[in-house]
Design a protein around this ligand. Structure first.
Ligand code: BGC
Length: 747
């Protein structure tokens, strides 16, 4: 279905979305620069600083700030009447500069799509683009024009609650999906803010806001590629991170904000701080007061102050005292105005106040959310093919607090999501079961946090009365997202006790996990033969989960993060470096734990289907590749089972001998394909030789001559299929390397 078919979206909105490409051609770019400079020349110092002030709806914002030119950007304005009022006030200001209206639109506006980490499990840039476009379209309909998304923070540590907002642990997947999200948002009418720049996903101990230590070469190789891809995809802005990176807070980090972002990558949009991030430089211990914090942030390259009110308060005096050159302010204002011109804000009519978010969810947005959600579910295990629910089943027990949790299924950052719009998992199962004459017995067993198990006996009774048990457990929304780091990643509360009792009934049982991160399953991985990870599936959780449980659709998601056995394994990730003492069974003095397996429970890229896929006839087209060339690897994938299915074909490489240790595996390309039973497809994956190197601390990219091992399969334990030789060592200076060279994604 096309977005243009959506009822309730006026021609005007569609036209605006289409013009808002934010990527002007050279001639248009010159015209924009002319308009920016003409406007800048008319501005007082106070008006300039006003453009750098980003304030939220409600106090401390005074509506007059807008007509006085003191608030160039606004956030949390999420209804058309509020946006229109602010637009009218901006028109009364001396220079009539239209404001930006920013909001956290991550995975939907009114209609909730799966959370980004779940969406990443679809392993599909097409799906990411589609979901982001929907989210943007709904938000733009009420006048929002800027989203604080996508989150491009790679994370290898699921203790960190915000892992749910990103794409997981892999830079290649992350770069592809970040670019797709930027494009989708833009297509739907929202400028993007790639956040949180940078290193925010690797806080010590998984503690949100804590400090991060990442060597520069590792930043370039692992943490920066998704941000770079955001630049290449045309993101309008960046958001600086809260954390200190190697002792230098990101909000005042000239290496990140100026050397890398502006000089090496040529980014000419603007950077905003995070919420009061500039003031927090005082807590970080690098500024004595607000004036010093503002000075350090602007000089490092933060153009906009989110909710700190420090730029507006201090920068005019800092300029007059000669501590901040006015040319620095001018450059920041240029970046903001350039973005506004690129977005077409000066040439747009004000928002139509009749545009209500209640136009959504529409039948079409629900269908879109359902289609996306069911692509994201990961079938972690399915011993004895317990799933899908066999057609012989006449009654199912639906147990668990998250089966009927319309609020929690939307996940964190649900923008204008209303729980009343949600179709719960219970409701979805009921609808599907009713049509097939299957009875549904519902029993929550415990409260939302599973502390009170008074309902357990009723749940066990319901299970005993039924042919099949679906247990829906996991993380309530409050345990995930910002400020939701966990030191214990076990299923919270008394879930284990309840699940063991259900498994003890001897009935066929399937566990459906809801949540924002892998959770430590303990004995449940043994006692439940079938486990389906559904993340936070959004508004249409119920129908999507029912589609998969009843086998109308085969699961096709793959893990974008490694799933641990124990919290103490964190951080854990597949693309780690080798050690001098690789794990040897029965040898204590090799890599291992004395009290836990060294391996994860499920590896990165893992996910089963209701059908099976056989890989054969792998071939590497060229045995040697030189500079500028692309390696082509082909494989035949056949659906050998009895159902339709989709498989994510994954290609990994390893450079076994280099001048520095290189990861044991690195994802370099992937393609998601659909196969009918018995159908085979020849898939060719491409790996530019330029993606086979690594960075030095100064950003130089080095591709060394030598042998590269190639692995192809359906997860990160893929089989080796041979190798290829890189024939010549070459270096690429930071400014000349394009991010897209690292992405070998076929769509
Ligand atoms: C978060 C950002 C978010 C901002 C505005 C902050 O607390 O870190 O990701 O965009 O709030 O809501």
């Amino acid at each position: 279905m096309r977005l243009s078919d959506v009822p309730g979206l006026t021609q005007l909105t569609l036209a605006l979305a289409m013009t808002a490409t934010f990527l002007p051609m050279a001639g248009a770019q010159e015209a924009i620069e002319r308009r920016v400079n003409e406007l800048l020349a008319q501005m007082t110092l106070e008006e300039k600083v006003g453009q750098l002030n980003l304030v939220s709806h409600g106090p401390p914002l005074r509506w007059e700030d807008i007509s006085e030119g003191k608030a160039g950007a606004l956030l949390n304005f999420n209804s058309a009447p509020d946006v229109a009022r602010a637009q009218a006030l901006a028109r009364q200001s001396r220079l009539k500069i239209p404001p930006l209206f920013g909001l956290d639109v991550l995975h939907g506006f009114r209609t909730q799509f799966p959370l980004p980490l779940g969406e990443a499990a679809a392993f599909s840039p097409r799906i990411s683009r589609f979901a982001s476009e929907w989210a943007a379209k709904e938000a733009a309909y009420v006048g929002v024009n800027w989203t604080f998304a996508p989150m491009a923070d790679l994370s290898r540590d699921s203790r960190w609650g915000r892992i749910v907002e990103g794409f997981g642990e892999d830079p290649t997947l992350g770069a592809a999906l970040t670019a797709a999200r930027v494009e989708g948002f833009r297509k739907g009418g929202l400028a993007a803010a790639a956040k949180h720049f940078a290193g925010y996903g690797a806080p010590q101990g998984g503690r949100d806001y804590d400090t991060t230590y990442i060597p520069r070469a590792e930043m370039y190789d692992t943490y920066l590629p998704p941000f770079r891809a955001a630049v290449e995809a045309g993101t309008a802005s960046f958001m600086a991170a809260f954390n200190a990176l190697n002792g230098e807070p990101s909000t005042a980090n000239p290496w990140l904000l100026t050397d890398v972002l502006r000089k090496q990558w040529g980014f000419d949009g603007f950077v905003t701080s995070d919420w009061v991030g500039i003031g927090e430089l005082i807590n970080h211990g690098i500024a004595a007061d607000g004036a010093e914090a503002a000075r350090k942030a602007i000089l490092a390259g933060v153009d906009m102050d989110m909710m700190g009110l420090l730029y507006i308060k201090h920068l005019p005096d800092e300029v007059r005292a000669g501590r901040v050159p006015e040319s620095v302010i001018d450059e920041s204002v240029r970046r903001v105005l350039r973005t506004k011109f690129r977005m077409g804000l000066f040439d747009r009519p004000d928002i139509d106040t009749s545009h209500l978010d209640s136009a959504f969810p529409s039948p079409e947005s629900r269908q879109a959310a359902r289609e996306v959600a069911r692509e994201t579910f990961v079938l972690l295990q399915n011993r004895g093919d317990v799933l899908p629910i066999p057609s012989s089943v006449r009654s199912v027990a639906v147990v668990g607090p998250l089966a009927d949790a319309p609020h929690d299924q939307m996940g964190p950052h649900a923008a204008r999501g209303h729980k009343e719009d949600s179709v719960s998992i219970l409701e979805g199962i009921r609808r599907r079961a009713e049509g097939a004459g299957i009875a549904v017995h519902h029993a929550p067993a415990c409260d939302l946090f599973c502390r009170n198990t008074e309902g357990l006996q009723a749940a066990v009774d319901a299970a005993k009365r039924s042919d099949f048990v679906i247990a829906v457990f996991g993380e309530p929304q409050e345990l995930s997202g910002e400020a939701a780091s966990r030191a214990h990643m076990e299923l919270n509360g008394k879930q284990i006790e309840v699940l063991e009792a259900l498994a003890g009934t001897g009935k066929p049982v399937a566990l459906v996990i809801v949540g924002g991160r892998p959770q430590v399953l303990g004995p449940v991985a043994e006692s439940f033969p079938s486990i389906l990870m559904t993340w936070y599936p959004g508004t249409e959780a119920g129908p999507a989960v029912a589609d998969v449980l009843f086998g109308d659709v085969s699961p096709s998601g793959k893990l974008p993060v490694t799933w641990p056995r124990a919290t103490g394994q964190m951080p854990i990730y597949y693309n780690r470096l080798p050690t001098g003492r690789p794990t040897l069974p029965n040898n204590r003095f090799t890599l291992h734990y004395i009290d836990e397996a060294i391996t994860p429970l499920y590896p990165f890229g893992w996910g089963l289907s209701y059908t099976q896929f056989a890989y054969s006839d792998t071939a590497i087209a060229q045995k040697q590749i030189g500079e500028g060339e692309t390696l082509e690897v082909s494989v035949t994938v056949k659906n050998t089972g009895a159902r339709d299915g989709q498989e994510v074909v994954q290609l990994y490489t390893r450079d076994p001998v280099a001048s520095r240790s290189r990861p044991l595996r690195e994802l370099k390309a992937f393609e998601k394909i659909a196969l009918k039973p018995g159908e085979a497809k020849r898939v060719t994956l491409q790996v530019p030789v330029e993606s086979l190197g690594f960075h030095l601390d100064d950003g130089t990219y080095l591709v060394e001559a030598g042998t590269i091992q190639v692995f192809v399969g359906g997860n990160s334990l893929a089989e080796p299929i041979g190798d290829a030789e890189i024939v010549k060592t070459f270096r690429i200076p930071p400014m000349e390397r394009r991010a897209s060279a690292a992405i070998g994604i076929v769509e």
